[in-house]
Design a protein around this ligand. Sequence first.
Ligand code: ADP
Ligand code: MG
Length: 231
Amino acid sequence: MTAPAVEARGLTKHYRKGAAVVRALDGVDLVIGRGELVAVVGRSGSGKTTFLDTLGLLLRPTSGRVLLDGEDTGGLSDGARATLRGRKIGFVFQEFNLLPGLTALENVLLPLRYTKVDGGRERAHELLATVGLDARAGHRPTELSGGEQQRVAIARSLVNGPSLVLADEPTGELDTDTSAEIVALMRRMNRERGVTFVIVTHDADVASRADRVVRLKDGRVLSDERAAAAV
Ligand code: ADP
Ligand code: MG
């Protein structure tokens, strides 16, 4: 395997529910190599979102570590975690999460609002062109189809030049053909830009296009299988 992009070591996340404790993550060890496109699958409640949000430094684990490009993030302050997240990680969500009052271009530019980047607008236009939507740069989300909105969201996730993109059920709102297009787009960004993708999905067709499928159950890794021939 190539150098690790992100590593989980003994990750746990426990939530208190009255007297009971929910073990959303119950000891996850996983190494994801640079340039991999990994699907994370499992039933609802198996810990997928908690796992992704922990890898993305949105949640702190109860115990265990997350290493990003070999750097242990556990001892970092909230501010340092936010900075690292902003530099290295892009996010894609099931509900697209575009801001309705902004155009496609402005949405793509959003992650740059706290970062001084030269040529941000050019980069955003280039990314919109890459996802086939430069002609829609001035359109608002309500004027775009679900698939188009998700393509804008993928462009947004890449505008910071991240090494890692985390996608939580990115095709959950889309029909089969559009889902296939979205996965193909993520695969293309993975190949062309060397970006590592971790995609949480319920969709067997999406999972079948990954290099590797990690199955969670009750907050643990149930299986971790590499595809024979990744598409
Ligand atoms: P998935 O994404 O696989 O559906 P989640 O990671 O969302 O699973 O949830 C895993 C478990 O943790 C579930 O039992 C869920 O109810 C619980 N859980 C998740 N977030 C919280 C929270 N903020 N407070 C309490 N329990 C939570
Ligand atoms: Mg979830």
